[in-house]
Design a protein around this ligand. Structure first.
Ligand code: AHR
Length: 493
C-alpha cells in the first residue's frame, strides 16, 4: 500500500493578496518584440499586440505585470520609448547585448495592461538614471495635464493619466552585472532621496526598495538591513528575487519550495530587525518580484559569443513536468507566507523564461502555465496553516507533500493545493477539513506525466496538461492518491 499522509488544517496565516499572481515583461529577447508586441502578426490588434498571447495572459490569471526590466531598466532612458514611432532612436542594450528599437515603450505598455486587464508595476532606472529622470517619468505618466511632460503624454495619445500606483526603485543594484551597481549604503541613500521626492508628488504611491538578487549574494541579509535602515519610513515593500533550476539532481530541485520558505522567512526577520533598531511602526512587506525556474548558467555560457541583435532568441527555456511541480510548490510557498508577502511576479511572461511561448504560427502553454493558472483562478482570500503527518515509518512521505489551503471571503469555497515531491511511488493523502463544511468537490486536477522531464513543444503542446484527479470526500476528509512528482489542485464548496 502507498505511504499514507494526513494533512491537518489550522488557523489563518494571512490574506492572499491578488497581487501574488503577478508576472514580468522585460525588454529582453522575444519577451516584448515577437512576444506581447508584434504588429505584423496575423492576430495583431490595431495597437500591434498579439491577440493570441493576450488570450493566454487572461487565461493565466495574471493580476499585475512588472516592466520594463530587469537588468534592461538600469540602462534605459524612458524618453526613447515615447512619441511618434518613426522618431524613436535605436539604442544598444548592454544588459542583454541587444539592439533596442524602442517601438514599444511606456504608453504601449500601459495600453497593453488595459487590454490584458492587469495592473502595471513600473521599474525606474536607478542604475545609470537620475532622480530627475524618475520624477519626470512619474510626471509624464501620472500628472493629468497642463505641464510640458503631461501634455506630451496627452499629445502622444493618452489623454487620461496612466495612474501607475506601484513603482520599483531600481533593479538588482547589489549585482555586479547591473549597470550602475553600488553599495548598500549608496543605494539606500539614492532610494531614500528618490522615494521622498516621489512622495512630494503623491504620498499614496506604493514604492518598492531593491533587496538582494538572490540568497547566494555575499551581501544577502546585510544589504536588506542597510537599505531598509535608510528607507523604512519611505517605502512599502522590500523586493527579492530567486530562481531555481534542475542541474540533474532531481530530488534537490524538487525541494526548491523549502529553500524559498527559508528565504522569505529570513527577509521577514530582517524587516523585523530593522523595525526594532529604527523604532519604525511601518509595515514593510515583501515583493518577490522575480521568481521562477531558470537555468541561468546556460545564458552565462553563451554570453561571450553574443552579437548585438534585435530581439534575439535568448532565455527560451522549454519547461518540464518537474519544473511545473516546482512552480506549483513555489506558489504554495508564496501563499503559505501571505502574512509577509504581498506582491509576487513570476519571471517572465512570454518566450523569455515564460509560461507562454509565442511562435509566428501560434502561441501555446508551457508546463508551468498550468499550476499558475490553477492557483491564480482558484486561490481564496484567506490562507490557512496546514501541515502533513505521515504514518509510522513514513516520515519522509510527509515531508514530500507540500500543503496549502485557502478559503473564499465568505468561507464557502475551499481550495486545497498538494505538491508531491517524492520520486519513489505514490502517496495516499487525507486532508482533515473538520469545521470547514466541505460538501462537494467542484473541480479536481492533477498535473503529472510518467516522465518527469516531459515537455510541451510546438509540435506537441498538449503533452503535459491538467487531467482530472479522482478525489472523494469521506465525512470531513478529502481523500486523494498522488503519483510521484505531481501537483494537484482541488476545489470544494
Ligand atoms: O529575469 C531575467 C533577469 O534576472 C532580470 O533581468 C534580472 O533582474 C534578473 O537577474
Amino acid at each position: 500500500a502507498p505511504a499514507a499522509v494526513t494533512v491537518s488544517v489550522g488557523a489563518e496565516i494571512g490574506r492572499a493578496d491578488p497581487r501574488l499572481f503577478g508576472s514580468f515583461v522585460e525588454h529582453l529577447g522575444r519577451g516584448v518584440y515577437g512576444g506581447v508586441f508584434d504588429p505584423g502578426h496575423p492576430t495583431a490588434t490595431p495597437e500591434g499586440f498579439r491577440d493570441d498571447v493576450l488570450d493566454l495572459v487572461r487565461e493565466l490569471g495574471v493580476t499585475v505585470v512588472r516592466y520594463p526590466g530587469g537588468n534592461f531598466v538600469s540602462g534605459y532612458d524612458w524618453r526613447d520609448g515615447i512619441g511618434p514611432a518613426a522618431e524613436r532612436p535605436r539604442r544598444l542594450d548592454l544588459a542583454w547585448k541587444s539592439v533596442e528599437t524602442n517601438a514599444f515603450g511606456t504608453d504601449e505598455f500601459i495600453a497593453w495592461c488595459r487590454a490584458a486587464d492587469v495592473e502595471p508595476m513600473l521599474a525606474l532606472n536607478l542604475g545609470l538614471g537620475t532622480v530627475r529622470d524618475a520624477l519626470q517619468l512619474l510626471e509624464y505618466a501620472n500628472h493629468p495635464s497642463g505641464t510640458a511632460l503631461s501634455d506630451e503624454r496627452v499629445r502622444n495619445g493618452s489623454p487620461d493619466p496612466h495612474d501607475v500606483r506601484l513603482w520599483c526603485l531600481g533593479n538588482e543594484l547589489d549585482g555586479p552585472w547591473q549597470l550602475g551597481a553600488r553599495s548598500a549604503e549608496a543605494y539606500g541613500e539614492l532610494a531614500a532621496v528618490t522615494a521622498s521626492a516621489m512622495r512630494m508628488f503623491d504620498d499614496d504611491l506604493e514604492l518598492v526598495a531593491v533587496g538582494s538578487s538572490n540568497a547566494q549574494m555575499s551581501t544577502f541579509g546585510t544589504w536588506e538591513a542597510t537599505v531598509l535602515e535608510r528607507t523604512i519610513d519611505l517605502v512599502d515593500y522590500l523586493s527579492c528575487h530567486i530562481y531555481f533550476y534542475n542541474d540533474g539532481d532531481l530530488a534537490t530541485f524538487l525541494d526548491s519550495s523549502l529553500v524559498l520558505d527559508r528565504f522569505l522567512e529570513q527577509i521577514a526577520a530582517t524587516i523585523q530587525h530593522v523595525k526594532a533598531v529604527t523604532r519604525s511602526e511601518r509595515d514593510v512587506r515583501i515583493s518577490l518580484d522575480e521568481w521562477n525556474v531558470w537555468n541561468y548558467t546556460a545564458y552565462d555560457e553563451q554570453k561571450p559569443d553574443r552579437r548585438f541583435e534585435i530581439a534575439p532568441r535568448i532565455l527560451e527555456e522549454e519547461y518540464t513536468l518537474a519544473d511545473a511541480v516546482v512552480v506549483g510548490t513555489l506558489l504554495q510557498s508564496i501563499l503559505n507566507h501571505a502574512d509577509v508577502v504581498s506582491i509576487a511576479a513570476m519571471a517572465q511572461l512570454v518566450n523569455v523564461i515564460g509560461p507562454i511561448r509565442a511562435e509566428p504560427d501560434g502561441a501555446w502553454r508551457q508546463t508551468t502555465f498550468h499550476p499558475f493558472a490553477a492557483v491564480a483562478r482558484s486561490a481564496g482570500h484567506t490562507v490557512l496553516r496546514s501541515s502533513a503527518v505521515a504514518d509510522a515509518g513514513h516520515a519522509a512521505s510527509a515531508q514530500a507533500v507540500v500543503t496549502t489551503v485557502t478559503l473564499s471571503p465568505d468561507g464557502h469555497a475551499i481550495a486545497v493545493y498538494l505538491g508531491h515531491r517524492g520520486t519513489e511511488g505514490s502517496v495516499h493523502v487525507e486532508v482533515d477539513l473538520a469545521g470547514l463544511d466541505a460538501a462537494e468537490i467542484t473541480r479536481s486536477e492533477l498535473i503529472w506525466h510518467p516522465d518527469p522531464l516531459a515537455t510541451n513543444t510546438a509540435a506537441d503542446p498538449l503533452r503535459v496538461v491538467p487531467r482530472t484527479l479522482p478525489a472523494r470526500l469521506v465525512g470531513d476528509r478529502l481523500v486523494v492518491e498522488l503519483p510521484s512528482v505531481s501537483w494537484a489542485s482541488i476545489r470544494m464548496v
